[in-house]
Ligand binder design. Structure first.
Ligand SMILES: [Zn+2]
Length: 250
């Protein structure tokens, strides 16, 4: 076919127009397919995200004693247990909070006890106040911080107690003890098993609860460690690892 002048131009216009339409159609089909795939991906991603529970854990940190009840006293340091307990509890709060999905609640944040000032039995009043805080918090775990004292002054180390009737409490205690044992191994060259204990704070609610005796104030070396800020930090880190390990296993 011989094409001349305007015919050639028209031919190219038609051909170009045809190709342009073809490209437009292909582009439209591709865009539609892309849109469908993208929306499918977005939908599945959204479903995937929705199916992951965004759990925030609540942990009550109970610094034992306070106010007129100083608890034990360091054999060499003369520091009260109440003071050391609070210091470790505050450090534990910082480490748990740093994880982002743990909401720590302290039973006390200063040197005061929790009892009513006019209570006849301040110890009972104090313990009931702690129970009320735990009950209100409805926590995933309760960590009560204490220091030990024993007539045999050679006894040392960190030891975790649980309520023997609470399976979750036993799991939590074993998990915390596992990490405390790393410190016991370093400083005592020995390890302990978590143990059952009849303590009010463990029995007053059904939430998984442990009582950590961080060391023995009746032992000279433990007394020194318990008064050392960096050792308190190590204790707080070990308890944090124990708590998170427990949450990951439940
Ligand atoms: Zn105590």
């Amino acid at each position: 076919m011989i094409l001349t002048g305007c015919r050639i131009l028209n031919f190219y216009r038609r051909k170009h127009s045809f190709n342009f339409l073809l490209i437009k159609r292909r582009t439209a089909v591709f865009a539609l397919a892309l849109l469908l795939v993208t929306s499918a991906l977005v939908t599945s991603t959204t479903l995937c995200l929705l199916s992951i529970p965004k759990k925030v854990y609540t942990v009550v940190i109970d610094a034992g004693h306070g106010g007129i009840d100083g608890g034990g006293i360091g054999i060499r340091s003369n520091t009260t247990e109440a003071e050391i307990n609070l210091s470790i509890a505050l450090k534990l709060k910082v480490y748990l909070e740093a994880l982002g999905n743990i909401n720590p609640i302290l039973t006390r944040t200063n040197a005061d006890g929790l009892y009513e000032t006019d209570a006849t039995n301040k110890k009972t009043s104090d313990l009931k106040a702690r129970k009320a805080i735990i009950t209100t918090a409805s926590p995933d775990a309760v960590i009560s911080i204490h220091c030990n004292q024993f007539p045999n002054r050679t006894r040392r180390g960190a030891l975790t107690f649980y309520n023997s009737n609470s399976d979750m409490g036993i799991n939590l205690a074993q998990s915390v003890q596992t990490f405390l044992n790393k410190l016991n191994q370093i400083h005592l060259e020995t390890t302990y098993l978590a143990a059952g204990g009849d303590y009010y704070i463990l029995n007053c609610t059904n939430y998984p609860s442990v009582l950590v005796e961080c060391g023995f104030l009746s032992n000279v070396q433990d007394d020194k460690l318990l008064n050392d800020a960096s050792y308190q930090t190590e204790l707080a880190k070990a308890i944090t690892l124990g708590v998170t390990s427990f949450f990951n296993s439940t």
